[in-house]
Design a protein around this ligand. Structure first.
Ligand code: G4P
Length: 531
């Protein structure tokens, strides 16, 4: 197969949703159709004894699964599919944002009864900023849901993206009997599911004018469908692949992941419409997947996946040309040549060493500690850097110290590791000893992750004291003079700390305090991320 053929058959995406909308179920059904698993339930079984706090920790408890859940790869209908996991917990982590940097499109799952929920909005925003195509799957059509036209309207109003329904539910008052497929001009009705969604299911398909349809759905439902379709044709958005590719129009599918209804059709249409690996912006212009030289970037680092060996994996996304085991590449961050040995890929439940990979693929590399999030790897004959990852300002802060002061060394090591992984941001209180740190995160869940990982991986119990601050500002004076708590008016209205590079940062409770500090320190420049 030529390089171009390898590239064009790849689809790399993430599924974004609010918890419980059905992301896990849909992922599992996609794997089922892809033949990567044989019976649905093998992924979900881990949720049976779901930890009250998050999926993530439950997954973490079973390290093997944490690897495979980071990325799943399978083949379907001539395509090579890479699904990247975005943790679906209530809280938010930077990991989720970063994963979205490595995909070419996203699938947004909504619960038909709930519509657009809070977490979906946040994740959608990140996808929108990257202008990647977004496909919508409105799930749980097998049970009561909102009126379909209202759901489409909600997507447009709340998210600000136009929706093009690829199919449309049949039924009234939220009780659905099937869908009309607008692309294939056919009607699909729910067939009885005797396997409770564990196996593939064929829905019953009819021509739109088949007399059997009216018999099955009733005249009132048939008439309501005709009215809705007419409305969509006249007043709805027109199908436009350019708008889809620009992230301005979302092809929308109604279905039910649990009962498999509409899943196969969704997968096939998604693969037909979704883009193959896209070009990426670098400081040397646009890098095309079929460029002459190899390139990739690190988007995720995860340590201690195997508790028996203190290993650390750096996940890279291949951006251009063929990746080969043991290849030597230039590492932009250290300006060194590194050898990429023991590359791993993940197929459903197994990880395996691979010999080669192509643009769009995700490869896990053993990392001795040199890689950082966002690092670029290129062929030594064409050195450049990809665009930097956006930095997400921390919004939650806590003071963290080891319960047992004798364990200070392991404690520091663990904190250092988690900082390098990008799980937390580290600050030092000014004037205090080294027995405590101030940790900043994007969401409160990371504190639980921090406690859990320090205990399980470094055997350190910590005392965690939440701080009342919600805003961090990096500080600088117009004349570049040094800022200290003594020279900053109102420093005691918040907490004056230093970041890892000893830059001054002020943590405050709210924007009002910021305003006061800004008004009373005329030469002060404040920034939400490091200068
Ligand atoms: P998530 O990953 O987005 O958090 O959602 P998940 O797939 O775990 O689904 C959340 C709940 O919704 C699960 O029920 C799941 O069975 C159910 N669900 C998913 N798709 C559908 C669907 O198409 N129709 C209906 N009616 N339900 C659906 P649960 O009771 O929390 O878990 P479980 O006991 O089924 O495992």
């Amino acid at each position: 197969m030529t390089l171009n053929e390898e590239i064009s058959k790849r689809r790399t995406f993430a599924i974004i949703s609010h918890p419980d909308a059905g992301k896990t179920t849909l992922t599992e059904k996609l794997l089922l159709y892809g033949g990567a698993i044989h019976l649905a339930g093998s992924i979900k079984s881990r949720k049976a004894q779901r930890h009250a706090v998050s999926d993530w920790m439950e997954i973490e408890k079973q390290r093997g699964i944490s690897v495979t859940s980071s990325v799943l790869q399978f083949d379907y209908a001539g395509c090579r599919i890479n699904i990247l996991d975005t943790p679906g917990h209530q809280d938010f982590s930077e990991d989720t944002y970063r994963t979205l940097m490595a995909v070419d499109s996203a699938v947004m799952v909504l619960d038909a009864a709930k519509g657009v929920e809070a977490q979906t909005k946040k994740l959608f925003k990140v996808c929108r900023e990257r202008r990647i195509p977004i496909f919508t799957f409105i799930n749980k059509l097998d049970r009561y849901g909102k009126i379909p036209l209202d759901l489409l309207d909600e997507v447009e109003k709340v998210l600000g993206i136009r929706a093009y329904p690829m199919n449309f539910p049949i039924g009234t008052d939220g009780k659905y009997l099937g869908v009309y497929d607008r692309q294939k001009n056919q009607i699909e009705l729910f067939a009885e599911d005797t396997s409770h969604g564990q196996t593939e299911r064929i829905s019953e398909i009819f021509a739109p004018d088949d007399a059997e349809v009216i018999k099955r759905i009733g005249q009132a439902n048939f008439d309501a469908l005709q009215d809705d379709l007419m409305l969509l044709d006249e007043a709805g958005e027109k199908f436009d692949i350019d708008k889809i590719n620009a992230g301005d129009l979302t092809p929308t599918f109604f279905g039910s992941a649990m009962t498999n209804f509409g899943v196969k059709n969704f997968l096939e249409e998604y693969l037909r419409l979704a883009p193959p690996p896209a070009p990426r912006l670098s400081d040397d212009g646009i890098i095309e997947p079929a460029d002459e030289k190899f390139s990739a970037f690190v988007f995720k680092i995860q340590a201690n996946m195997n508790p028996a060996h203190r290993d650390r994996l750096a996940f890279i996304r291949i951006c251009s040309v063929k990746f080969q085991r043991n290849m030597e590449v230039w590492h932009a961050a250290t300006n060194k040549i590194v050898k990429l040995s023991q590359p791993q890929q993940f197929l459903a439940q197994e990880r395996q060493i691979i010999e080669e990979a192509f643009p769009g693929d995700i490869v896990g590399l053993f990392d001795t500690g040199i890689f950082g999030i966002g690092d670029t790897l290129t062929d030594a004959a064409h050195k450049f850097k990809f665009e930097a990852f956006p930095i997400f300002p921390p919004e939650k802060f806590a003071r963290v110290q080891a319960k047992d002061t004798m364990k200070r060394k392991q404690f520091s090591k663990g904190i250092e590791q988690l900082t390098q992984e990008g799980a937390i941001q580290l600050f030092y209180p000014v004037g205090a000893g080294t027995d405590s740190y101030i940790v900043g995160t994007v969401g409160t869940l990371q504190f639980e992750v921090l406690q859990y990982r320090l205990k399980s991986e470094y055997n350190v119990d910590v005392i965690l004291t939440m701080l009342p601050f919600e805003v961090a500002r990096w500080l600088r004076l117009e004349d570049d003079k040094k800022i200290t708590p003594a020279t900053l008016r109102g420093a005691d209205r918040g907490m004056f700390v230093l970041d890892r590079k000893e830059n001054p940062v002020l943590l405050v409770e709210n924007e009002w305090s910021l305003g006061w500090i800004s008004d009373n320190n005329p030469n002060l420049i404040m920034n939400a991320v490091p200068f």
